[in-house]
Ligand binder design. Sequence first.
Ligand code: ADP
Length: 393
Amino acid sequence: MGNSILVINCGSSSVKYAVVPNDPAKPRIAGLAERLGGNEARLKGIDTHGTPFSCSLEGANHLEAMRAILERLADQPLLAVGHRIVHGGERFTKAASITPAVLRAIESMTELAPLHNPANLVGVQATQALYPGLPQVAVFDTAFHQTLPPKAYRYAIPIRLYRQQGIRRYGFHGSSHAYVSQRVDSLSERSHGGWLIAHLGNGCSTCAVWQGKSVDTSMGLTPLEGVVMGTRSGDVDPGLHAHLGRLGWRLEAIDNLLNKQSGLLGLSGLSNDMRTLEQAASEHHEGATLAIDVFCYRLAKSLAALSCALPRLDGIAFTGGIGENASAVRTRVIESLPHFGLRLAGKANTNTVGGKEGRIDTGDAERPEIWVIPTDEEGRIAEETRRLLEKNQ
Ligand code: ADP
């Protein structure tokens, strides 16, 4: 039997995978099947010899993509498979071995994550069909936030909606926030303290972590709540929905507008990609300049608000494609929080990009620290899968 964990992240139009060896020094095999369902569907990644590859999967659906991926991994010595499952509701507070009952529970949460949970389940079913003897583990995006207290997770709406429909704040990006907070806790001398984490990728969220536990986070019932994202609006006046409804908008159109056409893309009228926007803003593009302004300001507001959940602020950690690379965004956010006593070290900030990990504040012992921690969601999912297997032995 092998000792690597295959991590599968089956999204609404893509499947990401990684083979994570037990020894962190060994290289990972990883890849991505994207644009599934369309003519431009492709599978690309790094093969078993470390060579990049890319091939067409024209018209392939999730199941076919999973088959193509698993065929490529046929000679891998696997111990188990860890699946990223977006919504675990209140039932899953940690990773779970996949059994028929667990599958039914994930399916029953489809209403809470209509785009994600069904796609996640396709990944599980395809892997089960192709690797029937291999243990499969579900690792939930929501589980890390199950430690939120009611004052952080309840909406100020009638209690029956919570009791009967499970309407509450759940939070997402759990594997990333868990990994980054644990990592920063281990690197900093102020171990086991209070941290604010900003995960800034295509989806963005913030999280307050106290002594290793999530105590508040910016995403809510769905991954739409909170800060400005690539194409998601983040917080808007909840009255906007009724307003648009009265103007004749259908529910699906409102949902599509706020999830797919808003955020950086909607504000800039140009792109959802921070690199494109930074370039355009440097050439005085008005929309791009405004989009970055709103993004940074809202992010700083979210971090300030989440600081209320912490008895003490030990520092802030940035992660995700934007958090790990856009040093100008980090500068803008920190400048908007002067009353927190944060101070960036200019050079360390501009040098800590491209997947580097490091501390980027001036090092004053009395000030909160600032870190860049490249996230490792696959590593975290593999670790949780391994831990569960060991416990069950
Ligand atoms: P996902 O959430 O899909 O995993 P990523 O974490 O890769 O996404 O983040 C994607 C975002 O990171 C995009 O907005 C992209 O423009 C941004 N990004 C990546 N590299 C840079 C860079 N060098 N400078 C600014 N933004 C960057």
